[in-house]
Design a protein around this ligand. Structure first.
Ligand SMILES: NC(=[NH2+])NCCC[C@H](N)C(=O)O
Length: 559
């Protein structure tokens, strides 16, 4: 049962079809305060069309609204405020959750179509930085949300495993590297070499030439160059995998930039045939209206990041026939994606309309951007390990008899880090603070996890038997019910706006509403309504668990 849908239907009839249903749905608001009802319809826009005052229109609509699901309808200040019939509605929504369980909230806007999601995509031989954390957790959440919204997600890790930096790395390794050290701490060692290269190259500019030569060798498939590159790549992936394992993230494809090396000639030839390529200072570019031209080939004949993304887009369309294709990449690459999409448009590919850059803000340290060049970065693996250690310490103090402590500590520690990111609208910059991330109260992952565990324990203590029955919910439960009703719509909005923070904020609100109820109602009192109250607790548990799952966070039963 979709209560908003019901409101749309009766409004549509009351207005004799003067506004279409999609429009009506978008106009319905959620009132700020409970005393204003559960849904509100503003009449200001209609006032212009109907040439009547909003107040008069609201009154007229109110008189014509009629459905057993509404307890009361009021016209106030140009709004139609609707109060749902609490009993009927509670019973419907609780029964729905009891029967659908974790499937509750599923919306089929994706119609089983494929959505490719390019996320995480770290650069090999460089640390997996806090910046990549954002792409990783946002992308993973969007993959889970899109599945719930009826899409088939394909998770792609477009590794940065090609480019001139590998020439630099080979030079640095051959001059100053040590095999054993690289094997022991691959990323740290390779980063050190990379930083050293930049320091030395400032004193000795010829190093840059050497690096260019080695990159050329790599592009020409020289044996030594390839085997070093492959080794750096393998060691890096091994290390990134530790982070993915901690976070419980899997990819369908690890095709990075290098995979497209032999697929770029075709792009260049196509662009030539379509007469889209132009020469500019010896380089080959595609000019684009109102934007700088897209660089396809450098003067020395080597290809670029954009060329590889063009080849990758075509490959993905041919392989997966995606309806949508998301790129979860920081704001600073906005121009790059605009150019790539514009070139595909010029090539006449209608499917490029499904391509979407999903940008996000930076992680700042003391208000400044964190950079890898200087070697000063916070390593994500270390942050996760710190968070897990802190969670374990907390468990040992507060709940020393808990089973599976290590596993629960991993769930809480990673949950804290993931939630700290996802509770922010992705476009906002986030100040990096280990301390804030690890707070286990306030707007945090552990707070929601804790609320979920509290619900789980109530169900055990109260010996809850999931039974579907006619439920008479107390007024005190209404704030919870109205949140439960909203879940499917939140899922839909998170999908449509590519915005996991909608779900993060939602689970916080649901947890708060539940904890307030818990503080004022004796849930486990032995009276007739006990099983009904437990049905409510069960519903909250299911939805908290599912909300956290959509964010990529596990919810332990006990903590
Ligand atoms: N298809 C893409 N360009 N994906 C994003 C790649 C991100 C790039 N490796 C970086 O760290 O900046």
């Amino acid at each position: 049962m979709n209560f908003k849908g019901e409101f749309v239907n009766v409004l549509y009839d009351a207005l004799d079809g003067q506004l279409d249903k999609i429009k009506l749905k978008h106009m319905i608001e959620q009132p700020k305060f409970d005393y204003m009802g559960d849904m509100a319809f503003p009449c200001f826009e209609l006032a212009k069309i109907l040439r009547k005052s909003p107040q008069v229109i609201a009154l007229e609509i109110t008189e014509r609204l009629n459905t057993p699901l509404f307890e009361k309808v009021e016209a106030v200040g140009g709004y139609v405020n609707v109060f749902l019939q609490k009993r009927a509605v509670s019973s419907i929504v609780i029964n729905q959750i009891l029967s659908q369980k974790e499937d509750y909230g599923r919306v089929n806007i994706g119609e089983e179509k494929v959505i490719t999601i390019d996320f995480s995509s770290p650069n090999i031989a460089k640390p997996f930085s806090m910046g990549h954390l954002r792409s990783t957790v946002i992308g993973n959440a969007l993959a889970l949300i899109s599945e719930k919204a009826g899409y088939q997600p394909i998770r792609i890790n477009h590794l940065g495993d090609w480019g001139t930096q590998f020439g630099k790395l080979i030079v640095a390794y051959k001059k100053w590297g040590n095999e054993e050290q690289v094997k022991q701490q691959p990323i740290k060692e390779l980063l050190k070499l990379y930083v050293k290269f930049h320091e030395e190259a400032e004193k000795l500019p010829t190093l840059d030439n050497e690096a260019r030569n080695w990159f050329k060798k790599l592009e020409d498939a020289d044996d030594e160059a390839i085997s070093l590159w492959k080794w750096f790549r393998d060691e890096s992936i091994k290390e990134f995998s530790k982070v993915y394992e901690l976070l419980g993230i899997k990819f369908d494809s690890y095709h990075g930039e290098a995979f497209f090396n032999d697929k770029m000639d075709r792009v260049v030839t196509l662009l030539e045939d379509m007469k889209l390529l132009q020469e500019s200072d010896g380089a080959q570019v595609v000019p684009i209206e109102n934007m700088p031209p897209c660089l396809i080939k450098k003067t020395d004949g080597t290809t670029l990041y954009a060329t590889r993304d063009l080849a990758a887009a075509m490959y993905r369309q041919e392989t997966y026939h995606f309806a949508k294709s998301l790129y979860i990449v920081g704001n600073e690459q906005s121009l790059h994606f605009k150019q790539v999409f514009a070139v595909l448009d010029k090539m006449g590919y209608a499917w490029q309309e499904g391509m979407i850059h999903v940008p996000f803000g930076m992680i700042l340290k003391d208000g400044k951007k964190m950079s890898t060049r200087k070697g000063k970065v916070v390593l994500l693996e270390e942050v996760l390990k710190d968070a897990i250690a802190l969670a374990l310490k907390d468990i040992k103090e507060k709940n020393p008899n808990l089973d599976h402590q290590e596993e629960v500590a991993r769930q809480i520690g990673t949950g804290a880090v993931i939630f700290h990111d996802l509770k922010n609208y992705r476009q906002n910059d986030i100040e990096f603070s280990l301390e804030d991330m690890l707070k286990f109260e306030g707007e945090t992952g552990p707070y929601v996890q804790y609320t979920h565990a509290r619900a789980a324990s109530l169900l055990i203590k109260g010996n809850y038997q999931a039974r579907i029955e006619n439920i008479n919910i107390h007024d005190e439960a209404w704030p919870i019910i109205s949140k439960l009703i909203a879940f499917p719509e939140i899922v839909q909005r998170a999908m449509e706006e590519y915005d996991p923070s909608q779900i993060a904020k939602y689970v916080i609100e649901l947890a708060r509403a539940f904890n307030k109820y818990y503080g004022s109602v004796r849930i486990l009192d032995d009276n007739e309504q006990k099983q009904e109250r437990l049905a409510l607790v069960y519903s909250v548990k299911v939805v908290l668990n599912e909300g956290l799952r959509l964010l990529g966070i596990e919810a332990p039963e006990e903590m």
